[in-house]
Design a protein around this ligand. Structure first.
Ligand code: NDP
Ligand code: HSE
Length: 429
C-alpha cells in the first residue's frame, strides 16, 4: 500500500460535509485498505469559520476555498456547498489544478453538467456525483455502468426525500404542510431554500441528471416539466383514498415508443395503494428503472440526510481515489444520442379532475360532452350534491396532456362549472 496520502479538500461542512468528515476520520484505516493509499482531509472550506465543528481540526478550516484548491497538493475535492455559485467556479478551478471532483450538487449538475463533464474530460479527471440523486441509493453508478450494455426505456420514482416526508405525514397523520416541512428541515432533509424541494426544482434537477444517463442524451433542468406539491390538499388525499390511492411526487422519464424522443416530468400523482411506491415512507426514495433486457429494477433507500448522503459521497471518493492511483478515469458523460425532449402536451396518462358545479339537470351531460369534444374518454364519474352545488370527480382513461388541458380550459368557461378544484395525474396502474 502507498504510504503517501491522497489529499482531500472538503468544500462545505454542513449537514452532508460534516458526516463526510466524520466517516473519513473514523473509517480512515478501512478506506486506506480499500483504496490502496490513505486519504487525508487536508482542508475544509466553509462560510462561517468560527462555528464549532465537532471532530474537525480547526487548523484545517478556511473561508478561502479557492486558495485551498490552488495550493498545489490537493488530489480530490468534495463539493458539498450546494447551489450554482461559488460551487461552479470552485469545481472549474479544481479541474484547472488537476483535482478530481466528487459533488452532491444536483442543481449545478442539472444546469451545467455538460460543461463540467467537458472540463473534467479535458483535464483527464473524474467528476462523480452519486449523492446528487436519491441520497444513499446507488443509482447513478448502476445506471452509468451496470446498465451500460442495456437500453433503458423508462425511469419512474420518488427522488425527493423532503416532499415524500411531507406527503407521507399529511397522509398518515393528517399533519399540516408547514408543520411537516419544518420537521423535514430540522432533520436536515430540505435544501438551503426548501422552495427547491416543495416546488419540485430539486426533483426536476435529479430527473434531468437521470434522463441524461438513461437515454445518453442531454436533458437540462429547463427541459423537465415541473409541478411542485404545495397545492396538494387534505381533500386531494381524501379523494385519493376513495380511489384506493395515495399521492406521491413522482419523477417520470420515458423514451417514446419510436425511440426518437424522450419526455421528462415531475409532478404529484395519485398511485394505487398496491403499487410499491405507495409504501415508500418518510424521507425514503425509490426508483423503478425499466430496461429492455433487464426488465424492471427497483432501487430503494434513504433519499436524504447527512449520513446516508455521506455514504454515497464516500463511495465516490473511494472510486475516484482508486482511479487517481491507477492514473485512470471513470466513465464520463455519454450524450451521443441527442434526442429531443418532447413537450408535456405529448405525455399520455390518466387524470383525476375535481370540479365544483351547479347541482341542476343537464350539468353532468354538459361536462361529459366537453370531455368528449376534446377526445378525452371518461372512466368514472362521482357526484356529491349539497345546497344547489355539487362536486364532480371525473377520472379519465389515458389521454394526451394537451387534450386534458384543452378540456379543462373549456370546462372553466362553462357557466355551470363554478371552479376546477384540482387536477391530478393518475400513475402506476
Ligand atoms: P448545508 O447548507 O448544510 O451546508 C452547506 C455548507 O457549505 C456549509 O458548511 C456552509 O458553510 C458551506 N458554504 C456555504 N457557502 C460557502 C462558500 N461560499 N464557501 C465555502 N463554504 C460555503 O447543505 P447540505 O450539507 O445539506 O447540502 C450540501 C449539498 O449536498 C447540496 O448540493 C445539497 O443539494 C446536496 N445534498 C444534500 C442532501 C441532504 O439531505 N442534506 C442529500 C443529497 C444531496 P457554514 O457551515 O459555515 O455555513
Ligand atoms: N433536499 C433533498 C431531498 C436532499 O429532500 O431529497 C437530497 O437530495
Amino acid at each position: 500500500m502507498r504510504t503517501r496520502p491522497l489529499k482531500v479538500a472538503l468544500l462545505g461542512c454542513g449537514v452532508v460535509g460534516s458526516e463526510v468528515a466524520r466517516i473519513m476520520t473514523t473509517h480512515a484505516d478501512d478506506l486506506a485498505q480499500r483504496i490502496g493509499a490513505p486519504v487525508e482531509l487536508a482542508g475544509v472550506a466553509v462560510r462561517r469559520p468560527s462555528k464549532v465543528r465537532e471532530g474537525i481540526d480547526p487548523s484545517l478550516v478556511t473561508t478561502d476555498a479557492t486558495a485551498l484548491l490552488k495550493r498545489g497538493d490537493i488530489d480530490i475535492a468534495i463539493e458539498v456547498i450546494g447551489g450554482i455559485e461559488p460551487a461552479r467556479t470552485l469545481i472549474t478551478t479544481a479541474f484547472e489544478h488537476g483535482i478530481s471532483v466528487v459533488s452532491a450538487n444536483k442543481a449545478l449538475l442539472a444546469q451545467d453538467g455538460a460543461a463540467l463533464h467537458a472540463a473534467a474530460e479535458a483535464n483527464g479527471l473524474d467528476l462523480y456525483y452519486e449523492a446528487a440523486v436519491a441520497g444513499a441509493i446507488p443509482l447513478v453508478r448502476p445506471m452509468r455502468e451496470s446498465l451500460a450494455g442495456d437500453k433503458i426505456n423508462r425511469v419512474m420514482g420518488i427522488v425527493n426525500g423532503t416532499t415524500n416526508f411531507i406527503l407521507d405525514k399529511m397522509d398518515s397523520t393528517g399533519a399540516g404542510y408547514q408543520e411537516a416541512l419544518d420537521e423535514a428541515t430540522a432533520l436536515g432533509y430540505a435544501e438551503a431554500d426548501p422552495t427547491a424541494d416543495v416546488e419540485g426544482y430539486d426533483a426536476a434537477a435529479k430527473a434531468a441528471i437521470l434522463a441524461g444517463i438513461a437515454f445518453h442524451t442531454r436533458v437540462r433542468l429547463d427541459d423537465v416539466y415541473r409541478e411542485g406539491m404545495t397545492e396538494v390538499s387534505a381533500a386531494d388525499f381524501a379523494s385519493a383514498k376513495r380511489m384506493g390511492c395515495t399521492i406521491k411526487l413522482l419523477a417520470i422519464l420515458e423514451r417514446a415508443a419510436d425511440g426518437e424522443s424522450v419526455t421528462a416530468r415531475v409532478h404529484p400523482a395519485m398511485i394505487p395503494l398496491t403499487h410499491p411506491l405507495a409504501s415508500v415512507r418518510e424521507a425514503y426514495n425509490a426508483v423503478f428503472v425499466e430496461a429492455e433486457a433487464a426488465g424492471q429494477l427497483m432501487f430503494y433507500g434513504p433519499g436524504a440526510g447527512g449520513a446516508p448522503t455521506a455514504s454515497a459521497v464516500l463511495g465516490d471518493l473511494v472510486a475516484v481515489a482508486r482511479n487517481k492511483l491507477a492514473e485512470a478515469t471513470g466513465p464520463g458523460e455519454s450524450a451521443y444520442t441527442q434526442l429531443p425532449v418532447s413537450p408535456m402536451g405529448e405525455v399520455v396518462t390518466r387524470y383525476h379532475i375535481s370540479l365544483d358545479v351547479a347541482d341542476k339537470p343537464g350539468v353532468l351531460a354538459q361536462v361529459a360532452t366537453t370531455f368528449a369534444e376534446h377526445g378525452v374518454s371518461i372512466d368514472t364519474v362521482r357526484q356529491q350534491g349539497k345546497d344547489g352545488e355539487a362536486s364532480l370527480v371525473v377520472v379519465t382513461h389515458r389521454a394526451p396532456d394537451a387534450a386534458l388541458s384543452g378540456t379543462v380550459e373549456a370546462l372553466r368557461k362553462l357557466d355551470t362549472v363554478r371552479g376546477v378544484a384540482s387536477i391530478m395525474r393518475v400513475e402506476g396502474e
